[in-house]
Write a protein that binds this ligand. Structure first.
Ligand code: PEP
Ligand code: MN
Length: 342
């Protein structure tokens, strides 16, 4: 961390700032330039609140030198992380997977949808048994019964499950149902007790970007999980809230290459929640593939008009068949030599 001081900073004030920093256990390197004085802070800079430092009268600006995320940082882990989701399904480092299924687990239709998405080439089954809804009166999900339905369908089809966890108290229930991938949704991207609790397991976590979360906040959320010992984190870009109203969210496809640049973790893109409308899901799924995503999460429902949630953005199984064909076509161009391709 570097503190750039104001030109007018009196010598005594500079000295007392240096002692304040040193009292926190950090070393200081001071350089007196012609126009400004710069203090380099060396050591455990987490002991310093950069905003407090910058609020001091003699400080003009504070600049971080290293990122606050360490375990998720590609600098310290140059090779791509490959997350093993079980059932022979790996993601990251050239392994590309498509996660598909309904928004909510609703009942017997789950297995029918699962068979169709499996036949089309999806390799992981999604479906929410615990639903984060803006209204407490909206459908909240089937709970443990929904997890059992997912388990039955996934076992029949030999697919790993991706399903959302909202409450740290549910971790054991997810483990009891052998859930292969726990999804932490956009609304929980800064639910720190939940991030820590899933971090104490070794179950892979699909971590979605918060609705108004920056890329750095997503990486710090991953850091929460990893700092507890769970390195099996998959990042997910699902669109962010902006002033645009023609789509449910604004798909920030920049995040895909940016996350790959900053982090070694696999990056999945979710064109369903990012766009909110069936008609936009395929083009944006293809764009995400072209941008280098390691996987896609796509909502599919066999009767979208009667879906219990997110019917407006669901692909029908027939539409999904076509989208998968096109995904394969894009993948054959952008990653022609990989194995494990969808
Ligand atoms: C979901 O995947 O069904 C979901 C609720 O996603 P998000 O957290 O991205 O809104
Ligand atoms: Mn949904």
């Amino acid at each position: 961390m570097i503190a750039i001081l104001r030109k007018s900073a009196p010598r005594e004030a500079v000295e007392s700032l240096i002692s304040w920093i040193q009292d926190k256990g950090l070393e200081t390197h001071v350089s007196h330039g012609e126009n400004e004085t710069i203090i380099g802070l060396v050591g455990d800079t987490t002991r310093i609140d950069p905003f407090l430092l910058e609020s001091m009268d003699i400080v003009e600006r504070v600049q971080r030198v290293s990122e606050p995320f360490k375990k998720a940082n590609r600098k310290f882990h140059p090779a791509d992380t490959v997350v093993d989701c079980g059932h022979g399904v790996k993601i990251g480092g050239g392994h590309f997977q498509v996660i598909a299924g309904p928004c909510s687990v609703e009942g017997d239709n789950l297995v029918r949808i699962a068979r169709r998405v499996r036949a089309a080439g999806a390799t992981m089954l999604r479906g929410g048994a615990y639903k984060p809804r803006a209204s407490p009166y909206a459908y909240q999900g089937m709970g443990p019964e929904g997890l059992s339905l997912l388990r039955e369908a996934a076992d029949e089809l030999d697919m790993p499950i991706v399903t959302e966890i909202m409450d740290p108290r549910d971790v054991q229930t997810f483990i009891d149902h052998r859930i292969e991938v726990m999804q932490v949704g956009a609304r929980n991207a800064q639910n720190f007790p939940l991030l820590k609790e899933v971090g104490r397991t070794r179950t892979p976590v699909l971590l979605k970007r918060g609705m108004s979360g920056t890329i750095d906040e997503l990486l710090m959320a991953a850091e929460y999980i990893m700092s507890e010992g769970n390195d099996n984190v998959i990042l997910c870009e699902r669109g962010i809230r902006t002033f645009e109203t023609r789509t449910r969210n604004t798909f920030d496809l920049n995040a895909v290459p940016v996350l790959h640049y900053l982090s070694h973790l696999p990056v999945v893109a979710d064109p369903s929640h990012a766009t909110g409308y069936t008609r936009y899901v395929e083009p944006m799924a293809l764009a995400a593939c072209a941008a280098g995503a390691d996987g896609l999460e796509i909502e599919v429902h066999d009767d979208p008009e009667h879906a219990w949630s997110d019917g407006a953005q669901a692909l029908t199984p027939d539409q999904f068949d076509r989208t998968m064909e096109r995904i394969r076509a894009i993948r054959s161009v952008v990653a022609p030599s990989g194995d494990d391709r969808a």
